[in-house]
Design a binder for this molecule. Sequence first.
Ligand code: DX5
Ligand code: ZN
Length: 219
Amino acid sequence: MNVVIAPSILSADFGKLAAEVESVVEAGCDWIHIDVMDGHFVPNITMGPQVVSVLRSRFSCTLDVHLMVQSPEQVIPAFADAGADIITIHKEATPHVHRALQMIRGQGVKAGLALNPATELDGLTYVDDMIDLLLIMTVNPGFGGQIFIPATIEKIRSARERLIRSNHGDVPIEVDGGINASTIQRARGAGADIFVAGSAIFGEDNRKAAIDALRAAVG
Ligand code: DX5
Ligand code: ZN
């Protein structure tokens, strides 16, 4: 799959969110990554479906919603109604992973499954035909600006092999956390396709140069 660059708006200036999103859309990003945190599953609290709905009304690009929320079943319909194109839930956030993935697809939205750094790939068993995307967290979820965890490179490689073995080699692997021009190269080499980047893009004044630098590193 072609490389997808997905700026995470968690690192944007919330005081001028629409202008921030416009800056990365104009700079040629592929998707917009929206980090939803509930203060339970992760210690931080961020945004809800209203933000998705506002961005949907203004932008046509893919809205990639990352739910770092306990019991995501409760909020999936609200994010689907708000216009999410992809909703990713965490394996660790519900005992009903299969049901939650079914709910997402039932709303006509693409379903993603996220695994925390310490979560085994076994979590994929029995649901690999239910996912449109696998998100391998490359930091512990909760905050932007953290350092990429090196052990995740081997995990990406194993996940890619595993998907191929189970005849789901076409499922893209997304990586999220600590992605910059150097880590993107290693993650791509291990088999990742979709690259979320917060601080590496919104931390730079020149958004186009930041996105171009990420692309160049994997080009
Ligand atoms: C972490 C979030 C990430 C975060 C990435 O919990 O899921 O999307 O914004 O930020 P950086 O790229 O700064 O690590
Ligand atoms: Zn994220």
